[in-house]
Design a protein around this ligand. Structure first.
Ligand SMILES: Cc1cc2nc3c(=O)[nH]c(=O)nc-3n(C[C@H](O)[C@H](O)[C@H](O)COP(=O)(O)O)c2cc1C
Length: 442
């Protein structure tokens, strides 16, 4: 089939290994990739070969390593990593996470706009609030209540965007004949004073090829929805069912409308963490390697999801007819329905867990068409505008997706065959923006 509207694809890039905590131990992976920017660059280039619209760099401001056997889940510093990747790619966009709670707007405005200019307009900023005490401790601070965190976030984004617009579009003359470098009357202070942050400006950086960076947001609370509706052009989501994803996407679109915006100017991305292999069995065995180190804890949790008492002794058997008759998906965990569905197919408890039923996002496992089918079903149901894809292992997981899933999506008319333009705004199909929009400055 063909379809006018194409899905968008972003890819998560964290630590240099992959989305699974023990990806650093996978065959062919150099366990020192954490500090190797060449490896990150290779992964960015592989994603660009697949024509992905952007790379998404998550970030938290505290220790991410949870046990001796896990690698840190984040890159050492997203801005530095992003700079290296942008220098070695030509088209793909980037969205780096940076906290509105702990960074000052002038710092954010400066570093992000610099990156946007030097990358040729390919940068986005995932503007999140920070709610974690360990991060606060790294700034000698305490976490404020949610009202305060979000009030500050609104101010930070306003000040950042105002600073971005403070060097007017036509201020830069660079004329050797007249000796005028830039017209200072067009590079003026913003003099913004909020309750939490302030900045005088101006910011001494001209517009980028796309004007200024694109605002992304990620979060789940009503506060985060209002922040997205007012400022964001893209929202990174976490949804486990089509129904929930439709609900979240509609909520975000409504929030944008409430701020006088066109809902098509805000794109919602559902997460997906596939493991692609020639057969389902090979996929389960590949994914299972990442499940094994914590399988004893997971089996108890699976029992909770299904309302059963499960122990490691149950691992190598399917659920009995009696267990299946009394199993119930708990509403406390949105992944439980899927776990129950897989249990009913007769897999052993170990294989149910190998299906990644306890992971951060839906995880199709097996031949590439299963991932393509999942993406098609969600996209055509209006559950998302696209996906942010987390490979299990970057070293081979990106290439497999690019070589096997992307062509299927293209043949089905669901994904573009080449970049439509040069900037992240071109890739996302959103408007040029410079400085604050009217509805952002209220
Ligand atoms: C899919 C997704 C990805 C996220 N990525 C990050 C991230 O990389 N860094 C971060 O600090 N918060 C991230 N968040 C946001 C936090 O989960 C949370 O919303 C934030 O800490 C603010 O919490 P609050 O909304 O309770 O104030 C993400 C949220 C979602 C749904």
């Amino acid at each position: 089939m063909t379809n006018d509207k194409k899905m968008l694809i972003g890819m998560q890039i964290g630590n240099g290994y992959g989305g699974q905590a023990t990806a650093w131990m996978a065959p062919n992976v150099d366990p020192h990739n954490y500090t190797d920017l060449d490896a990150h660059v290779r992964y960015a280039q592989a994603a660009e070969r697949g024509k992905f619209q952007f790379l998404f760099l998550p970030d938290f401001l505290s220790q991410s390593q949870k046990s001796d056997g896990d690698a840190p889940s984040l890159t050492m510093d997203p801005f530095v990593t992003m700079t290296a990747m942008a220098r070695e790619t030509k088209k793909i966009g980037f969205a780096a996470t940076a906290s509105t709670t702990f960074y000052e707007p002038y710092n954010l405005a400066r570093i992000l706009k610099t990156l946007d200019v030097v990358s040729g307009g390919r940068i986005g900023w995932n503007a999140i609030t920070t709610s974690d005490q360990a991060s606060a401790a790294n700034y000698g601070a305490q976490i404020a209540d949610r009202e305060t965190r979000y009030a500050r976030a609104h101010e930070v984004i306003q000040v950042v965007q105002a600073l971005w617009g403070s060097w007017q579009k036509d201020a830069w003359i660079a004329d050797k004949e007249t000796g005028i470098f830039a017209d200072l009357s067009k590079i003026q202070p913003i003099n913004l004073q909020g309750q939490y942050v302030a900045s005088r400006g101006p910011l001494e950086i001209p517009q980028s090829k796309q004007g200024q960076p694109v605002i992304f947001q990620a979060g789940g609370s009503p506060h985060s929805l209002a922040l997205s509706g007012r400022f964001a052009s893209a929202v990174i989501g976490a949804t486990f069912t089509i129904e929930d994803s439709i609900r979240q996407r509609n909520g975000i679109r409504r929030a944008a409308e409430q701020f006088g915006r066109n809902p098509d100017d805000i794109k919602f991305f559902a997460g997906i963490m596939p493991t692609i292999a020639p057969t389902v069995r090979e996929g389960l065995d590949r994914r299972g390697r990442f499940v094994e180190p914590s399988i004893r804890q997971r089996v108890g949790y699976l029992g909770m999801m299904l309302g059963l008492s499960l122990t490691p002794a149950d691992l190598d058997h399917p659920l009995t007819a009696r267990q299946l008759a009394s199993a119930r998906a708990t509403y406390e965990d949105p992944r439980s329905e899927k776990a129950l569905e897989i249990a009913r197919e007769g897999w052993s408890v170990r294989d149910i867990l190998y299906h990644a039923v306890i992971d951060y996002h839906p995880s199709p496992i097996g031949p590439a068409h299963l991932t393509a089918d999942h993406m098609q079903e969600w996209f055509e149901a209006g559950a998302c505008d696209g996906f942010w894809f987390t490979p299990d292992v970057y070293e081979d997981g990106i290439d497999t997706f690019v070589d096997e899933v992307v062509p299927l999506l293209q043949q089905r008319g669901l994904f573009h065959c080449d970049y439509e333009g040069d900037t992240l705004r071109d890739h996302l199909g959103i408007e040029y923006q410079y400085g604050l929009r009217e509805e952002e400055s209220a």
